[in-house]
Design a protein around this ligand. Structure first.
Ligand SMILES: [Zn+2]
Length: 321
């Protein structure tokens, strides 16, 4: 839960260096973004007050980063601040934002940046509505509003890998590493690793169905891990590494089965992916989230994950951010 004290603590942490998950040079951003968006998000300028209709927009929906599409805020936490900028009392999740002291213009403020791509979003103040008492004052040009989001949970070996892959997929708004498919409640990494829980290492993918469909997500999953090897991916062996896709509705189950049949024909091999009804997803410990980006120099990341990302960029370009 966000609180002013926690935000101050994070902003005052001088050792903190953002690990950027979606990295582009300033020149690349300049080519990609409209000038007014580039000026705000990459140069840190502030748009004029009341310059966007988004200030007075309160219809249901989700607010994503205009640079990298990460899910940042929801309409449920948007409020009328009468300041001239879109205002939110709470972010979608604390980890999606970074905070920095900003002493420019002779003011003492806390700057808010996107934790995925380091875009400047705006500032946060401690004069918002209860219970958070926070006011995230965000430039409308740093945001895009979308109407709906969709979630799916799947596993294909070590979640450090699958998370890194799906973070780079167009239309994917958020990815979380976790455990599912077993019986033990509130499992931890140790009990899952010791194969005491029957849980698999999985990821929860939140995506924009207007950009990428559920069937495309399933297809990409089957293409970016080996769905033909039972309980193993490369050197990682054990039931926690099994290939698995969860469904929430009978319609989802049919889509998954159709994609598996298509892939089997393409590969000419039997697919062993489990198709299971979703019971519960347990988020993994914090140090597993964004593991690849926090630890990209470690051997496992360099040897196992980096080539998978290269493969994604090479063979599935149209799906890559
Ligand atoms: Zn971003």
């Amino acid at each position: 839960m966000n609180s002013w004290n926690l935000i101050l603590k994070r902003a005052n942490n001088k050792d903190f260096k953002p690990f950027i998950k979606f990295n582009k040079s300033s020149e690349e951003w300049e080519k990609l973004l409209p000038k007014e968006v580039f000026d705000v998000t990459r140069l840190g300028l502030t748009e004029s007050a009341y310059s966007s209709k988004m200030c007075n927009l309160f219809t249901p929906g989700y607010y994503i980063c205009s640079n990298c599409e990460s899910l940042l805020f929801t309409s449920a936490k948007k409020f009328q601040s009468n300041t001239g900028w879109p205002s939110f009392s709470t972010p979608f999740k604390e980890e999606s934002l970074n905070f920095f002291n900003d002493n420019s213009l002779g003011l003492e403020r806390i700057e808010v940046r996107c934790a995925t791509c380091d875009a400047h979003l705006g500032h946060v103040f401690n004069d918002g509505p209860a219970p958070s008492n926070l006011r995230f004052c965000i430039n409308a040009l740093a945001l895009k509003k979308i109407e709906e989001i969709y979630e799916t949970i799947l596993g294909g070996g070590c979640f450090w890998c699958t998370e890194a892959i799906f973070r780079n997929v167009k239309g994917v708004l958020d990815v979380e590493s976790g455990y599912s498919g077993g019986l033990l409640e509130n499992p931890d990494y140790k009990s899952v690793s010791l194969e005491q829980t029957n849980h698999a290492e999985v990821i929860k993918i939140t995506f924009n169905p207007q950009i990428i469909s559920f069937s495309e997500i399933i297809n990409l999953h089957l293409a970016t891990h080996d769905p033909t090897t039972l309980n193993s991916q490369g050197n990682d062996t054990g039931k926690r590494y099994r290939s698995i896709i969860f469904y929430k509705t009978p319609a989802e189950k049919i889509v998954i089965q159709e994609e598996i049949i298509k892939k089997e024909k393409e590969l000419g091999k039997k697919i062993v992916t489990e198709v299971v009804e979703l019971k519960r997803f347990y988020k993994a410990e914090d140090y597993h989230q964004d593991y690849y980006y926090k630890n990209s120099s470690l051997p496992y990341c360099r040897v196992v994950i980096a080539p998978k990302l290269k493969k994604l960029q090479k063979f599935y370009k149209k799906f890559t951010k």
